[in-house]
Ligand binder design. Sequence first.
Ligand SMILES: [Mg+2]
Ligand SMILES: [Zn+2]
Length: 250
Amino acid sequence: MPDLASTSVFLDFDGTVTLADTGVQVLRSLGRPGWEQIDRDYREGRIGSREVLIREWPLVAGGVDAARQVARQVATDPGFGPLADALRDAGAEVTVISDGFGLTVEEVCEQIGVACLTNAVNEQGELVFPWQDRCCPCSTCGVCKQAPIKEARRRGRTTVLVGDGVSDRKAALLADVIFAKDDLADWCDDAGVDYRPFARLRDVHRALLGREPPEPREPPEPCEAAEPREPREPPEPCEAAEPGEAAGTR
Ligand SMILES: [Mg+2]
Ligand SMILES: [Zn+2]
């Protein structure tokens, strides 16, 4: 594994830092008819991520407040904080790169103290794309995930990408080391791109740090007292991406 003091680690957000895709959850909960077809067009390579987001956002009923409420219900991988801390302690740079609606990326990253590049919804309720790169040959991304990797490489950094979805494919063509799951892993298999499979961020932790991550703090079990109780309920230069299909991640 690379020398972490000269390594820049880029983590996708939806499905990588979070355990499910917040955008998909929002659309499943609040999306008006039509979003599934737009999503299919994206997964199958007919439109880029910026166009998907621009077309889907007006289909979200209830606006930004309702959407953010749904997005906040999506759990964060408990390995995120320990991984970010350990990487920074070892001298690595850590950045979250997210090409979704950007509803909770900033608040989740702020808690851990990690930098993020993300689309966002402004005070007028409009989607904004501060990290698009119109010079990128693909020019269709919301957040261009290739641009920060190129920039890190120019500085002589070894680059690591951790991702799961369609929006990570172009970045995977540039990164030195790739950790992939779900759609991204399938795409890497098809495209002949070398990667390390992972399921949770603790797997990435183990691989990059060479040791087990600290155990996540579980809430203590309630002690079984002598008194009987009620029974408990069971408890991107951007190459065009190849089309691919995976439910629930993008
Ligand atoms: Mg993702
Ligand atoms: Zn791009």
